[in-house]
Each structure stands twice: as structure tokens, then as C-alpha cells.
Design a protein around this ligand. Structure first.
Ligand code: COA
Ligand code: AMP
Length: 632
């Protein structure tokens, strides 16, 4: 049997032995009683009875093991013209003192802490400091507006919020503190303290009593030790878009997460301790959690925190400069970043300016890797370009070409085969498994491997309803696709109202909820349409209330502002159109799926329950016009 086949078979036939071997690579205060507790499906628990600490394994273990002087984090910030290195020993000191400061203000095991920070090392210190003392962090992406932050504050109920005074995003200077203050005003839940890291280019005003200066509290704090935690204790909550305005709080445990991520570094990314790994994402997304912070540090590798963009900081050669300067072995980013570089530098002239001899492989995920981008990157870089498929929920790849086990031939358009641990199947809407090359729902037979979501924070019911009920015994990925005769998986896209904008996951339902509050609008639908750069962008269709006689362009501008103010600029909601009616079933349900197919130029069947089929022609014309406008 080939290596991949053998490892995969072991992982699904005897998951307990497989993951126990992987767990032995980490340090435990006490070994687990059970590798997999399957007594209460679909709530599976990994390494019950085991005691460990994620921060210890990601930081202190390496110092104790002789890697104290190795660089743990390279901070590369073209926007502030800074490059700094932090060794594992320095990281331990920063993290332990921040953890001590958190303890001093009353944060203890089980408390929640929201982190709203840009791509600076202090964001990683904050995450690790929470992990060190058993506090549960929830990082909120900086591109979200005050309202979205407030939604997360209300749900996570943090004792403390950690932020920075601001960020430089491309060429814009953004102040974060006013957003935090506004969110604090909107939210019903009141956090006790806000720790603010002041950056030199933007000053945050501190509110007496509540706000604390990062440098001051850290200077006075004792270094805190790692607290032994149950493997099943929560490590973090990461909110991700569902189909409504209320995001889902994906909950990750400590033990299973550390075991799985440490294992993936070699198996999937072929990274050993001491190698330089770069994930060009943001700590606010799952890729940032797993592969900027936890994965590389658990492995003892060097990770890069890059505060810049693929283009414009200063040019389309930025990625090659970072790879060359820091001797990066593998880069992980979203296809959008490569489409942006390709647009600016189609012939790859910047690549030739740098010595990329250190560079071994490019990993792409977060959205579909279109064949054009795949071929462009593979031809110019002359390294394997690895598409891999995963979700916030899974925390690591469901399908990948596991180069650290065996490099399989690449089939463009496919993220290769199921990663060990994931028993991936395709089922029809009745839950019946279909044969090779037949499209259906992609599901994973339970149990999921360690490191995947254990539940949704404070909402077991939504966890079961969202992922486990439709196909009993299987995890529903909400992606559609097929598996070919060789076992290669093809992911065709979401089956629900979640869209993928520049590798960021957003909910059209959340945008609809905002637009529906406009006083002139009777009803609306937001759907994702294809975009050459960002993969997908949202567009809105709305019906005006009877008697509204205003300039439609003005209303459209108001909608753009509303979505920007409530969700944030990251929603990229820029276009909408007034229509006379929306297509509906006779029972009044808006036919979003049909509109999605029209927008994607896909074949669709007119639903037999449609109220008035003629309306689909009008919608098709409107969406076509919007597409032309965007293209020009
Ligand atoms: N804080 C505040 N605002 C942010 C932000 C942050 N951290 N990140 C993005 N934004 C803002 C941008 O400034 C922009 O605002 P604007 O409408 O006022 O211009 C808006 O959100 C949209 O941002 P973005 O989607 O990043 O578009 P862009 O045009 O600025 O850049 C790319 C385009 C392709 C360069 C960019 O999307 C990119 O780097 N993509 C890589 C994707 C990626 O890393 N995905 C992570 C998952 S792996
Ligand atoms: P997120 O939770 O933000 O990581 O988004 C997860 C969704 O992004 C998945 O459900 C897919 O729809 C999409 N996605 C991620 N990676 C890929 C990939 N390699 N190919 C196709 N779609 C992907």
C-alpha cells in the first residue's frame, strides 16, 4: 500500500491508536484515560482525563528543549517599516508577563477574553497568555465594525477585551479604540477592563478605571506559570458566519487541537521544528489561529506575522521579498492574494528579482482555487502548488495533498484526497451515498478527528441542528461536490447562503437583515456573484415599499453605508438594484437558490412551486446588467 493509503486507512480504522501516537509528541502533565470518548454522540471528546497546557507546548516546551534562542516569530510590517524577531525565550517572557497581568486583574480559568487586534506580535502574545492561564480567547477580525464586535461581546461575555490603538490597512491609518468604545456602548454585556496596546502612529484615549495601558500593566506583572488544564477544556471561540446575522461561535478544545495541529505541520505542510513557515492571513480568521499562531509554534517552527498586503505594500513583489528575506520554506495564503498579484504583475517580473531557492511549496485555501490561478502560480514559481480544503469548523484541512506523508499527483481543480482522520463521503438529499463523479453534499462520517469543533459556544442545540441533523451519523460540511474514481475530492461551492469574499466567509443573510431595516425597502435578497479578483462579491436586489418616490441611487448609497457601518468594509457590499418583485414560491419563500444559480450563470430548473415564472427573466436581466457594470 502506498504511504498515504496506509496512513489514511490507519486513521479511520483505528483512530484511537492513530491519534494516541500523535499525542505522544506533546508534553502532558497527566496522560488521558480515553483517547476518544464516544459515549454521547454527536458530542465526541478527545483525550478525556488528560492534563496539559497548549501554551506550554507551543512556547515553554521549546525553551526547555533547547530552542530558547531560536526565532519563534518574525514580525514583518512594511506598513510601519519594521522587521523584528522574537525568540522562543522572549516569547515565553512576553506571554508569561501578560498572563500575569491578566491574572492580576482577575482573569482566571474559564473566563472569556475578546482580542481585537491587528497583525502584530502582541496579538499572538494575547492569545497565548489566555491559553497559559486557561482563559478562553475569542479573536475578532479588525475589519469588522462596532456592531459586529458588539454581537460577539454579548455572546462571548468577556471579562476583558484586549485591543491596540490602531492599524495601518494598506495605505489607511485606522483607529481601533473608537470602534471598541462604540461596541462597548452598543453591547449589553459590559467587560470589566480593556487593555490597550498603544501604537506610535495613533493614540487611544483611555477611560478611567476601565482601560489599562498594555505596557504599564505588563511592566508591573509577575510572570505567570502555565496552568494544567483538562484536554477537553475550551481553548478558544472563533465566530464565523452562518446563514443569519448571528454568527456561530466555533469552540475548540485544548488537547485535541494541539495534537492535531502539531501533527498537520509535518504531515500536510512538511514542516519540521526550525523551519520557517508563513501563513499570509490574519489572526482574526481560522487560518491565522491554526497556522500563524498555534500550528507553527506547537511544532517549534518559526512563524511570520506579516502586516501588509500582497500588493501595494509597496508592490506586487512583496510576497517574494518576504519569502527571500526570511528564507520561508512554505507559504500558505488564499487564491485571492495570488489573483491580486497576477493582475498587477501578470508576467511575474517581480519574482525574478528575488532568490527563492529556499521556497518549497505554496499552499492555497479559503476559497476555490481556479485553474487559471493554479497554472499561473505553478508555472512562475516552479514549486508544488497545493490546494487544500477546510473550514473554520474543522480548524485544519479536510482534504489536502499531504506532502509530509506522500506527495500525490496534482489534479488541478481538486484539493486532492481526504486528509487522514476525515472519512469523506458524498450523499444525495435523502442521505444516500452516491458513486464516483456524482455531485452531492460533502459530508464526513463521525467522529470527526481531533482539533475540529467540539460544539458551538453556549449553543449545543445550534451545533446539532447546523451540522449533525440533516445526515445522521455525518458532519454536514454545507459544501457541494464530488469524488472521482481515484478518490480525489472536488469542492464546487457552498450549498447555503454563506459566501466567500477574498477568502473571507460572510453571510448574505446578515446583510439582508441590515438592508431590510431601511425604511423605504419592503423586501430584499442578497446573493453572491462571481468576481474576478475576490472570487465572490455580494449584490442586493430590493423591492421598494409602495409609494416610495425617491432617487434610487440615493437609496443604494444608503444601503452601502448601512452594511459598511454595521458589518464592516470587509463585507464588500457595493452594488444593488431595485426590482419590481422577487421570485418566490407560492407559499411566499424567496427563491434564493435559483437566484444564486442565475447569478453564477449555472443551469437551473424553474421550481415547480414558483409563483410567477416570468419574474426569473427580469431577475436574469438585472443580474446581467449588474455583472456588466462590475466588469466595466
Ligand atoms: N481592518 C480594517 N479594515 C480592513 C481590514 C482590517 N484588518 N482588512 C480589510 N479591511 C478593509 C479594507 O481596507 C477594504 O476597505 P475599503 O472598502 O475602505 O477599501 C475592505 O475591508 C475590503 O478589504 P479587502 O477584501 O482586503 O480588499 P482590498 O481591495 O483592500 O484588497 C486583496 C484586495 C486581494 C489584496 C485582499 O483581499 C487580500 O489580501 N486578500 C488575501 C486574502 C486573505 O488573506 N484571506 C485570509 C483567509 S486565508
Ligand atoms: P472558512 O470557514 O472561512 O474557512 O470558509 C470555509 C469555506 O470556504 C468552505 O466551506 C468552502 O466553501 C470554502 N473553501 C475553503 N477552502 C476551499 C478550497 N480549497 N476549495 C474550495 N472551497 C474552499
Amino acid at each position: 500500500m502506498a504511504d498515504y493509503d496506509k496512513v489514511f486507512a490507519e486513521s479511520v480504522q483505528n483512530p484511537e491508536a492513530f491519534w494516541a501516537t500523535a499525542a505522544a509528541e506533546l508534553d502532558w502533565y497527566q496522560t488521558w484515560n480515553t483517547v476518544l470518548d464516544a459515549s454521547n454522540p454527536p458530542f465526541y471528546r478527545w483525550f478525556s482525563g488528560g492534563l496539559m497546557n497548549t501554551c506550554y507546548n507551543a512556547v515553554d516546551r521549546h525553551v526547555a528543549g533547547g530552542r530558547g534562542d531560536q526565532v519563534a516569530i518574525i514580525y514583518d510590517s512594511p506598513v510601519t517599516d519594521t522587521i523584528a524577531t522574537i525568540t522562543y525565550r522572549q516569547l515565553q517572557d512576553h506571554v508569561a508577563r501578560l498572563a500575569g497581568a491578566l491574572q492580576k486583574i482577575g482573569v482566571t480559568k474559564g473566563d472569556t477574553v475578546i482580542i481585537y487586534m491587528p497583525m502584530i506580535p502582541e496579538a499572538a502574545y494575547a492569545m497565548l497568555a489566555c491559553a497559559r492561564i486557561g482563559a478562553i480567547h475569542s479573536v475578532v477580525f479588525g475589519g469588522f465594525a462596532a456592531n459586529e464586535l458588539a454581537i460577539r461581546i454579548n455572546h462571548a461575555q468577556p471579562k476583558v477585551l484586549i485591543t491596540a490603538s490602531g492599524a495601518i490597512e494598506g495605505k489607511k491609518t485606522l483607529a481601533y479604540k473608537p470602534i471598541v468604545d462604540e461596541a462597548a456602548t452598543i453591547a449589553e454585556h459590559k467587560f470589566e477592563h480593556c487593555i490597550v496596546y498603544q501604537r506610535p502612529f495613533v493614540h487611544a484615549d483611555l477611560q478611567d478605571g476601565r482601560d489599562l495601558d498594555w505596557n504599564q500593566i505588563v511592566a508591573d506583572a509577575p510572570a505567570a506559570d502555565c496552568v494544567p488544564l483538562d484536554a477537553t477544556d475550551p481553548l478558544y471561540i472563533l465566530y464565523t458566519s452562518g446563514t443569519t446575522g448571528m454568527p456561530k461561535g466555533v469552540l475548540r478544545d485544548n488537547g485535541g487541537h494541539a495534537v492535531a495541529l502539531n501533527w498537520t505541520m509535518k504531515a500536510i505542510y512538511n514542516i519540521d521544528a526550525g523551519d520557517v513557515f508563513w501563513s499570509a492571513s490574519d489572526v482574526g480568521w481560522v487560518v491565522g489561529h491554526s497556522y500563524i499562531v498555534y500550528g507553527p509554534l506547537l511544532k517549534g517552527a518559526t512563524t511570520i506575522m506579516y502586516e501588509g498586503k500582497p500588493i501595494g505594500t509597496p508592490d506586487a513583489g512583496a510576497f517574494w521579498r518576504v519569502i527571500s528575506q526570511h528564507r520561508v520554506k512554505s507559504l500558505f495564503t488564499a487564491p485571492t492574494a495570488f489573483r491580486a498579484i497576477k493582475k498587477e504583475d501578470p508576467n511575474g517580473t517581480f519574482i525574478g528579482k528575488y532568490d527563492l531557492s529556499c521556497f518549497e511549496a505554496l499552499y492555497l485555501a479559503g476559497e476555490r482555487l481556479d485553474p487559471d490561478t493554479y497554472f499561473w502560480a505553478a508555472k512562475l514559481l516552479q514549486v508544488p502548488v497545493i490546494d487544500h480544503w477546510w473550514q473554520t469548523e474543522t480548524g485544519w484541512a479536510i482534504a489536502a495533498n499531504c506532502r509530509g506523508i506522500e506527495e500525490l499527483p496534482i489534479k488541478p481543480g481538486s484539493p486532492t484526497k481526504a486528509a487522514p482522520g476525515y472519512d469523506v463521503r458524498i450523499v444525495d438529499f435523502e442521505g444516500k451515498e452516491v458513486g464516483p463523479n456524482v455531485e452531492g453534499n460533502i459530508v464526513v462520517k463521525l467522529p470527526l478527528p481531533p482539533g475540529t469543533l467540539v460544539t458551538l459556544w453556549r449553543n449545543d442545540q445550534r451545533f446539532v441542528e447546523s451540522y449533525m441533523n440533516t445526515f445522521p451519523g455525518y458532519y454536514e460540511t454545507s459544501d457541494g461536490g464530488y469524488i472521482d474514481e481515484d478518490g480525489y475530492i472536488y469542492v464546487m461551492g457552498r450549498m447555503d447562503d454563506v459566501i466567500n469574499i477574498a477568502g473571507h466567509r460572510l453571510s448574505t443573510g446578515a446583510m439582508e437583515e441590515i438592508i431590510a431595516t431601511h425604511p423605504d425597502i419592503a423586501e430584499c435578497a442578497v446573493i453572491g456573484t462571481e468576481d474576478a479578483l475576490k472570487g465572490q462579491v455580494p449584490v442586493g436586489l430590493f423591492v421598494l415599499k409602495a409609494g416610495v418616490d425617491r432617487d434610487v441611487e440615493e437609496i443604494k448609497a444608503e444601503l452601502v453605508k448601512m452594511v459598511r457601518d454595521k458589518i464592516g468594509p470587509i463585507a464588500c457590499f457595493r452594488e444593488s438594484s431595485a426590482v419590481a418583485r422577487l421570485p418566490k414560491t407560492r407559499s411566499g419563500k424567496i427563491l434564493r437558490g435559483t437566484m444564486r444559480s442565475i447569478a453564477a450563470g449555472k443551469q437551473y430548473r424553474t421550481p415547480s412551486t414558483i409563483d410567477d415564472p416570468a419574474i426569473l427573466d427580469e431577475i436574469t436581466e438585472t443580474l446581467k446588467d449588474m455583472g456588466h457594470r462590475r466588469a466595466n
